[in-house]
Design a protein around this ligand. Structure first.
Ligand code: SF4
Ligand code: SF4
Length: 119
């Protein structure tokens, strides 16, 4: 779990998703006080790694979105993620309001990641 502290000198920054780390566990969506995280996922069965072994199921992320019109930038989702899949980034926060355009989907949230910031 990473710190909920927003980056200094950049307002409250934005939250970035590192999708390769996300297991679709839903912890962040359940703990978000504003219910502004939307996650869809499905399960896939992987064949057993060895003869006689059991097949494994894994979650596959289909959708991860944050509604910035509802987000309070409290950082709880960053704090509770067991896999450090959510991080603060020094990017600019979306404008306030209640427009549908403030729901940012997975690809855009991944673009907030620190390695993309400033591009
Ligand atoms: S920072 Fe926003 S998305 Fe994360 S828990 Fe708080 S309100 Fe929800
Ligand atoms: S808590 Fe982390 S791993 Fe779980 S769904 Fe949220 S971002 Fe993904």
């Amino acid at each position: 779990m990473t710190s909920s502290t927003a980056p200094q000198g950049a307002g409250h920054g934005v939250i970035a998703l590192l999708p390769e780390r996300c297991t679709s566990c839903m912890v962040c969506a359940r703990e978000c006080p504003d219910w502004c995280i939307h996650i869809d996922a499905h399960q896939e069965v992987e064949p057993a790694a060895a003869t006689g072994g059991r097949p494994r199921t894994r979650n596959v992320l289909d959708r991860f979105a944050i509604d910035w019109a509802l987000c309070m930038y409290c950082g709880i989702c960053v704090d509770v993620c067991p896999y450090d899949a959510l991080v603060w980034s020094p990017g600019r926060a979306p404008a306030e309001g209640r427009a549908p355009g403030l729901v940012h989907e997975q690809q855009r949230l991944a673009g907030n990641s620190p390695e993309h910031a400033g591009r």
